[in-house]
Design a protein. Sequence first.
Length: 255
Amino acid sequence: MEIIVLIKRVPDPNLPEQFISISDSGEEILLHASSQYSINLYDLNAVEAAIALKETRGATVTVVTADDGSAEQYLRRVLAMGADRAMRVELEASARRDPFTTARAIAAAIKQKGNPSLVIAGRQASDTDAGYVPFLVAHELAIPAIAPVVAIKGLTDQNIRVGKLADASIDEYELTLPAMILVSNEMNKPRTPGLKGVMAAKKAVIDVIAAPEERPSALRPKYVPKNGQRAVQGNTFIEGSDEDKAAALLAALDC
């Protein structure tokens, strides 16, 4: 069984507020030069879930990220945890700001290496808390996706049974493989790499794949704070039927 795990390098969640600013164009988050980075914590849960499946039923685990060369140290960290291979999709920072471009690049790299049985990702990244990219990758791969998953209850060559976190319960779902699951931190506790794994990871070869040539989408922010200040925005309550509310909301969002 081939398992792909998606990971992302994110700014340290404990980064002081004064280290963060927004560019004059409003399209980029700027971080102080001394800012520290780490692997998105939910992604570490995804790596641990994949390695646990490898140990219990046998699988090959490949970890994928879309980033520049500075992200390779984080790929080596997950190789030290027990992943078998690592792949980095070369993607400029301007392209990584667009989740659609990022997802297409990751999906193209996955297709180039073959069709995995299972793709595992964290439920969302701590820098944007959006959770777009994994679902967009699943769309590009034409596979089902589900989130947030807190337990893997069964796995065969044909399907996977998972526990999905609901409001007041954990609901069980079965997906036909290939599929993607987005895991939450309730799933497990990521292991600390051992010395043997760290030494082996230092020598590992990381595959580098060029992203498809395309221009990032022209995404314009709807709201940009000016000079670090929060703008005061009013509230609008939409009345009427569900259809009227949906139409009014789409109009307000310029969709």
